[in-house]
Design a binder for this molecule. Structure first.
Ligand code: ZN
Length: 364
């Protein structure tokens, strides 16, 4: 491929000649930069072909471009919007500009590095990426089948590696690596940086696997068992597992304590009057967090910390059975709830996993 002695004016024509799918590679590289991008670092800006596409795709973004050739960058500067780019003369072995960047992108550049320098560049890229940032490499690779090696390789400046090797080095650097596009000896490789340590990133990844493993289905919005469960937010009670329930079968209302608040009554009213439920099952539990505080104490704590007394009731309790009875009575006495006769209350033991019913005298 055309190398460092290249002439900017004729470089683009030469690349198009030597890389048959040059335009496609550029387009796929830009497409792989995703969405919601503000700060881009480009490695090997060259004449600005990739930068132009990336800036077009992300109208809010600014781009820092580095290239070893001052001549090339002068060419790029003339082709790119001056207020959105900062161009710097630097080689890929030099320290990267200060991040964090949402995207680090490079097209037809990284194949000039040998295997060790590529792996090392990926590690430096990770350090310059923002949480959930992305490294995008569009480049010539060593194809799986020799017949696919259609781009001229000079063996001195061109040091391509296989996509598989580069994905492995990205993974070693801490990126989630994948192939965004591949054709013959060209590929767009993507490495996604982890989030900022939040557990939600992990859950989003879990969900991708969960959704991928399931066929699509559509269930009725009205719960099949015509049931509402009101319970505590406690993390030890898996309502679906503990009661043998499945999706589409019941409404589950949860708050601290499983307390019957105005908002729970609101949900019960919608559930029974619009979505066809009848029975109400209240489940409180042993060792509840609300037993560890008092109304007055927590109210004072909130007021002291914020300067504002909360408008809501704290609803702490000491006797779990008494609290279940009170909750049953609140549902039974609410005019907004349609089926007030079908309310039962229970205590779930978080250690034994068993339910125990709490009886309430029927009011006449
Ligand atoms: Zn609780």
């Amino acid at each position: 491929m055309a190398q460092f002695h290249r002439d900017p004016a004729s470089y683009l024509a030469l690349m198009r000649e030597e890389v048959p799918d040059y335009e496609r590679l550029q387009d796929e590289t830009a497409a792989a930069t995703g969405t919601a991008v503000r700060r881009v670092l480009e490695l090997g800006t060259g004449t600005g072909e990739t930068a132009r596409r990336v800036l077009e795709r992300h109208p809010e973004a600014i781009l820092v471009g580095v290239d070893a050739s001052r001549e090339m960058l002068e060419h790029a500067a003339a082709a790119l919007p001056a207020d959105r780019v900062q161009l710097r003369v630097a080689g890929l072995h030099e320290p990267l500009p200060d991040g964090p960047f949402d995207i680090i992108v490079s097209a037809l550049t990284v194949h000039h590095l040998d295997a060790g320098a590529k792996a090392q560049l990926f590690r430096r890229a990770v350090a310059a990426l923002a949480p959930r940032g992305r490294l995008v490499l569009g480049d010539v690779v060593v194809p799986q089948h020799a017949a696919d090696a259609v781009t001229p390789i000079d063996g001195e400046y061109d040091l391509p590696d296989s996509a598989a090797d580069q994905l492995a080095w990205m993974t070693d650097a801490g990126l989630r690596a994948s192939v965004a596009w591949a054709h013959r000896d060209l590929a767009v490789l993507v490495g996604d940086a982890p989030g900022d340590g939040g557990v939600i990133d992990e859950l989003v990844a879990n969900n991708q696997a969960f959704a991928a493993a399931l066929p699509a289905q559509h269930l009725d919005v009205r719960p099949r068992r015509r049931l509402v469960i009101v319970t505590c937010m406690d993390s030890r009670l898996d309502v679906f597992k503990a009661l043998g329930l499945r999706e589409g079968e019941a409404h589950i209302l949860r708050n601290a304590g499983g307390v019957i608040t105005d908002d729970v009554i609101r949900s019960l009213a919608v559930s029974q009057r619009r979505l066809g439920t009848r029975e109400v099952m209240l489940i409180h539990h042993t060792a509840c967090g609300l037993q560890t505080l008092t109304d007055d104490g927590f109210r004072a704590e909130l007021q002291e910390a914020t300067g504002v007394a909360p408008a809501f009731a704290i609803e702490s309790f000491t006797d779990v059975d008494a609290d279940v009875r009170q909750s049953i009575l609140r549902v039974r006495r609410s005019p907004f709830v349609l089926h007030r006769d079908l309310v039962r209350g229970f205590v779930y033991d978080v250690d034994t996993h068993g339910l125990r019913e709490v009886d309430v005298e029927r009011e006449s």
